[in-house]
Every structure is written in structure tokens, then in C-alpha cells.
Design a protein around this ligand. Sequence first.
Ligand SMILES: [Zn+2]
Length: 123
Amino acid sequence: MEDIHTSHPEHGFYQHGRQGDRLQPYISSLHLLLAVEHLRAIDADLDDLTINKLSGNSLFRAEEVRLIYEKAAEIQIFKRATLPHRCHNCGSTDFHYAALRCICGVPIYEAADSMTAIVRIGG
Ligand SMILES: [Zn+2]
């Protein structure tokens, strides 16, 4: 899965779910994959409480959460650790390195920068 960083809460594409008048973060593909990878890393089972947490305010239903947990044998998430070659906004390569911004003002090194997930099915 490419461009999974668009699910990051700090990315502009990420939309907060609404609960009453309050904005509430919801579970999207990045969150689900991070959660499943974490459960596997700590040898934790996918119990009902966790299924409810991952399917409550979520893009995924409980059976989809269970399916991903069972089928995803390995989850790797890669994130760009270096600066982009060019600014995605204006195309410039002229960066203000101390501020980590392009000369056009766009941040070039953010928490929600380019991320890719590789999910190996089976096992
Ligand atoms: Zn720019």
C-alpha cells in the first residue's frame, strides 16, 4: 500500500470523525496496520476489546479487523527519512534547511511524510 501517510492524523487528507460536536480520531488503514503489527510484535491476541477499539470509530468492520489480523503474516512500514528531491508544491529544490521548509513556505519534513506499507499475506 503506497501513500499510507495520507491516513496520518497530521496529514491534510486525514479527516476527523465526528462524535456529537467533538472531533474524534478514527481508525483508518495506517492505524489498523500499526495496531496489528504492534499486537504481533508483543505477542498479544486480538481480543474482543481490541476488536471493538479497532472497529468502533473506524473504516473497518469487526470481521474485517479479524480478517486482516489473521491473514497478514508480516507488516512492514517504510517512511522516507530524507528530504524530497523537489518540493511537491512548487517543484523547487531551493530549501531553507534550518526551517525544513521550501522557499515557497511548504514544510518538507513532517511527521506525515511519505509512508508505504508492505503486507505479506499467509504464513
Ligand atoms: Zn515549494
